[in-house]
Ligand binder design. Structure first.
Ligand code: GUN
Length: 284
């Protein structure tokens, strides 16, 4: 039987719909959940994503404010703006859209760390990552959070399952590994280039892919009945494909969150979740 498809678009719409009531309650107290987004330079994809995030904020009843900065903006100017937004009570969440222009690459960490943890809706601040490791309540990075929500859709008890995470970024692999561990999974984190990759992937009751390798994981690399979450987003001949070869993987897996259509649409929904949480915490 082919895998059940975990529909990220449908789930993201349900989550955003659910947030509307919470935003209404905030608005009754005079609070409009507002995200301030720094968009630096002329990267077309970044402009598109920031536009979608602003639209989602409006759709749930909140607001998205975009601060468009020129390509040659200085580090000091960015830090000044972040400081201003940190201290602006009408802004509840702050996001710096990545990637930054080349001349700011070595400043990226300092820029992201300048956002106060209370407004870190992207979940990239060391305090947010630390809270996640400790198991304290904080902001969970949107992609890792999306993976967990899609896993919930399967209705499966995660306790005792072997989760194999291929990839180790601070945005996906590392946080999702900690979240799975907290759910009682046995977690293996593998580098995408590991020579024994298939040996590991075949053991995964849960397989999380963050590889940046188009259609790399094929059905014969997957344990029959596994839950496969594909966070890959690769462009091949103008077409978006994941890290999994959907056609062969869906013949073997029990569930598949495909790319596109799985994690992608969920990321903005989880950002909106974090924004509403930030606004609730700041107005409590
Ligand atoms: N660029 C690509 N994905 C993301 C994301 O999740 N957050 C930010 N800030 N920039 C990104």
């Amino acid at each position: 039987m082919p895998a059940q498809i975990l529909d990220g678009k449908k789930l993201s719409n349900e989550i955003k719909e659910g947030l509307k009531a919470e935003v209404e309650a905030l608005k009754a107290k005079g609070v409009v959940p507002t995200i301030g987004m720094l968009l630096v330079g002329d990267d077309e994809a970044s402009a598109l994503y920031v536009g979608l995030k602003a639209k989602a904020a409006t759709a749930i009843g909140g607001e998205g404010k975009t601060f468009k900065l020129p390509e040659d903006v200085t580090f000091e100017e960015i830090m000044e703006l972040i400081d201003k937004l940190n201290n602006d009570p009408s802004i509840h969440g702050i996001l710096v859209q990545l990637p930054l222009p080349k001349h700011l690459h070595d400043k990226e960490k300092a820029i992201l760390d300048a956002i106060i943890p209370e407004k870190d809706v992207d979940g990239f601040h060391p305090t947010s990552i630390g809270n996640l490791v400790i198991g304290d309540d904080g902001f969970v990075g949107c992609t890792a959070f999306a993976c967990m929500k899609l896993l919930e859709l399967t209705g499966q008890d995660l306790k005792g399952k072997h989760a194999v995470v291929v990839g180790h970024s601070i945005e996906v692999g590392k946080p999702v590994s900690m979240l799975l561990f907290a759910k009682g999974c046995v977690v293996t984190i593998v580098h995408p280039d590991d020579p024994k990759l298939t040996e590991y992937t075949k053991q995964g009751d849960i397989l999380i892919l963050e590889m940046a390798k188009p259609k790399f994981v094929t059905g014969d690399m997957v344990k029959p009945g596994a839950i496969v979450i594909d966070t890959g987003s690769n462009w091949v001949d103008g077409k978006q494909v994941g890290d999994a070869d959907k056609e062969s993987v869906e013949q073997v897996a029990g569930w598949l969150s495909p790319s596109p259509g799985g994690v992608g649409p969920m990321i903005i929904a989880m950002l909106m979740y974090n924004l509403v949480k930030a606004a609730q915490q700041q107005s409590a």
